[in-house]
Design a protein around this ligand. Structure first.
Ligand code: SIN
Length: 459
């Protein structure tokens, strides 16, 4: 690694045990509008956060909006001097805030989300970062696929604050005009910039060029980027139908589904059809009986993954929470205090599950529409990856049995819809600090609703 891009801080390990040394990286997005840059930027931030690597996105557009909330396309014309000045000021403010953010020792990766469309602008960012001891990794999304550009234009006009409250057709026209302004000056990363560290993603990952990748963290980001695509798609997740172990309040094991779990398995194809229509889907399950039994009526290709098996509860496997509290009182308490990091004796923690799920996440990112039927702790970890939930909250998230969740990644956030099967299930949900209670819940009606969650089994 070049000595010029290193800070003088001593080496340290982050909380996943990854030796991050003193590397700090600014991932500089490059690309015309509507090329999925913001989607990529958000995904990288969530992925790194999920792996306990502190990351933050600095979006130049949101700085520009402070002075110019809803500019028309002519604002982006390079012959518009006032527009140019305001845009440069926005970029300077974003870079200044980013450099300040990097001064905290835990903050490792920033994403500078902007078009950064000229060589001059890119060199300016590199010089600023070099002066602060921050490495730069330029990531260009280059895509000429008209369908994809159109779907991104549609998405931007629906979700960008630049067009909030405007007529959708006029917004789309203005946005196309804005893209033309950028096209007039756009310079792709090329031979002249061989001195830069970059990853150029062409046509949604069908061709990727990487240049001068030089350390572990950079290669980890690039590996993730190489697996990403920005085509529109959804992920569906569901827990298995209620199991015989759920009925008796036991955790772990490899029990069959209960008669009500069987009803959910029978109802699931209709629930999926209601949400996915005729989209092609692949179903992923764990290797345990309860997920395979739940998936068996679904008319799609199926794949079983060991990595989707439930969190291993070690010596507590097959016990109820009441029994765990009696037999392992210290552990019961320790788990309440730090559920994310607590590792069952001879078993796993949530943190361990996240690490074993990484290949699943990579494969998910490479895939299109996937339905995952899995277990509560695993579902919580997958959900946290897509929604950016914190490590404190995600292990306590209440996830209902007999409910299908649809997650759709969008440029600025992941959208969530819930479809309830209206089939009752036992509840053994235990809130932090409470005794293990085992009780019946009522079925919720079949509906789409976002954060409405019924209390269910905790793992
Ligand atoms: C914006 O002002 O919306 C973005 C500025 C840029 O990335 O060029």
């Amino acid at each position: 690694m070049r000595p010029t891009t290193r800070t003088r801080a001593s080496s340290r390990a982050n909380s996943v045990g990854v030796q991050a040394e003193d590397t700090k990286i600014c991932v500089v997005m490059v690309g015309l509008p509507a090329r999925g840059k913001s989607l990529i930027a958000q995904k990288v931030v969530r992925y790194l956060g999920w792996l306990s690597i502190e990351a933050k996105c600095f979006n130049v557009g949101s700085y520009r909006r402070n002075a110019t909330p809803q500019p028309s396309a002519s604002f982006f014309d390079t012959s518009n001097k006032e527009g140019e000045r305001l845009r440069r000021e926005a970029a300077e403010a974003a870079v200044a805030d980013m450099c300040k953010w990097f001064r905290s020792p835990h903050n490792l990766i920033a994403i500078l989300d902007a078009t950064n469309s000229t060589k001059k602008r890119r060199q300016w960012i590199k010089d600023r970062c070099d002066a602060e001891g921050i490495e730069t990794l330029f990531v260009e999304s280059k895509c000429d696929d008209e369908d994809l550009i159109m779907s991104n234009i549609k998405e931007v006009k629906l979700t960008s604050p630049d067009y909030a409250g405007q007529d959708p057709e006029e917004a789309a026209q203005d946005f196309r005009q804005r893209i033309k302004m950028y096209e007039n000056v756009y310079e792709t990363l090329d031979e002249d910039e061989k001195h830069l560290t970059y990853c150029k993603i062409i046509d949604v990952g069908s061709h990727v060029i990487i240049n001068k990748i030089q350390d572990y963290l950079q290669s980890r980001v690039v590996y993730y980027l190489m697996n990403l695509h920005i085509k529109p798609r959804s992920i569906w997740i569901s827990r298995h139908g209620e199991s015989m172990f759920n009925l008796s309040g036991k955790i772990g094991g490899d029990a069959d589904i209960s008669p009500r779990g069987e009803l959910y398995a029978q109802r699931l194809p209709e629930l999926v059809q209601q949400s996915a229509g005729d989209l092609p889907l692949t179903v992923w399950t764990s290797t345990l009986k309860r997920t395979n039994q739940t998936a068996r009526f679904l008319p799609y290709e199926k794949l079983s993954w060991k990595a989707l098996d439930e969190l291993d509860s070690g010596v507590c496997d097959g016990l109820t929470y009441g029994e765990i509290e009696q037999q392992f009182p210290q552990d019961f308490k320790a788990r309440d205090e730090d559920k994310y990091n607590y590792r069952y004796l001879g078993g796993e923690s949530y943190r361990d599950v996240v690490i074993r799920l990484e290949p699943i996440i990579m494969e998910l990112e490479r895939s299109e529409n996937i339905l995952i039927i899995t277990h509560q702790a695993v579902l919580r970890c997958i959900y946290a990856y897509f929604m950016g939930s914190s490590q404190e909250k995600s292990p306590w998230m209440e996830v209902p049995l007999h409910c299908l969740i649809r997650l759709t990644p969008r440029a600025y956030k992941t959208e969530e819809e819930r479809f309830f099967a209206n089939i009752p299930a036992v509840s053994t949900f235990r809130e932090k600090g409470s005794k293990a209670e085992h009780q019946e819940t009522e079925a919720s009606s079949s509906r789409n609703s976002s954060p409405l969650i019924m209390p269910q089994v905790a793992t």
